[in-house]
Design a protein around this ligand. Structure first.
Ligand SMILES: NC(=O)CC[C@H](N)C(=O)O
Length: 211
């Protein structure tokens, strides 16, 4: 029975997530797994991934992991990362596909004609370091307000319920980059690639006891 299960549905660089979690929790048993039983038995779950929503949903279902993710999101501390955040919602414009509908809301694409305040064209995807303005949640403990985290994405989540919003970033207008409810916390950026602030967030997750 692992302390932490990183769900492997064949998408994305799980090695860096595993390495970052091992850094903050060297004595924890951490598994990268696509075995529903291992996920069910784990103390807490990380749901990462990189790629296009349609591919990720298909790969998850082809491995018979949809129910496993739904169950984990209902029953234990659950951290979604990047596409693992977006998949929690009801629908994504990326491929016009339904998500897992664990959280109410949808995923939309940044506008193509993004410009900054000096009318300079901004690139999509949003790729690089950006500041995060966070709210009041234990997973932000010990992290400076407006710390920078690493992003690589073209879409962002629009929660139906304001209560879900745990942080925003700005590109060039504010967008939601972290959500949370009960035992679920999910981020658009990559904490495993965000140096000290990212490692601190992962450390807070490893020690998190949701009420
Ligand atoms: N890096 C990613 O996996 C990006 C997630 C999603 N495809 C997006 O473009 O927003």
């Amino acid at each position: 029975m692992a302390d932490i299960a990183i769900i492997d549905y064949g998408m994305g660089n799980l090695r860096s997530v595993h390495q970052a979690l091992h850094t903050v929790a060297p004595n924890a048993s951490i598994v990268v797994t696509s075995d529903p039983q291992e996920v069910r038995q784990a103390g807490r779950v990380v749901f990462p991934g990189q790629g296009a929503m349609p591919d990720c949903i298909r790969e998850l279902e082809e491995r018979g992991l949809r129910e496993t993710v739904l169950n984990a999101a209902r029953t234990k501390p659950f951290l979604g990362i990047c596409i693992g955040l977006q998949m929690l919602f009801e629908h994504s414009e990326e491929g016009d596909v339904p998500g897992l509908a664990i959280l109410p809301g949808r995923v939309v694409r940044f506008g193509e004609n993004l410009v900054d305040s000096q009318n300079n064209k901004l690139k999509v995807p949003h790729m690089g370091w950006n500041q995060v303005l966070y709210g009041n949640h234990p997973l932000w403990d010990g992290i400076d307000q407006n710390s920078r985290f690493y992003f690589v994405h073209s879409y962002y989540v629009c929660p139906m319920d304001e209560q879900l919003v745990q942080a925003t970033s700005c590109y060039p207008r504010p967008f939601v980059c972290a959500v949370g409810r009960e035992n679920i916390f999910a981020v658009q950026f990559h904490p495993e690639k965000s140096q000290h602030a990212g490692l601190k967030l992962l450390e807070n997750f490893v020690n998190w006891a949701p009420v």
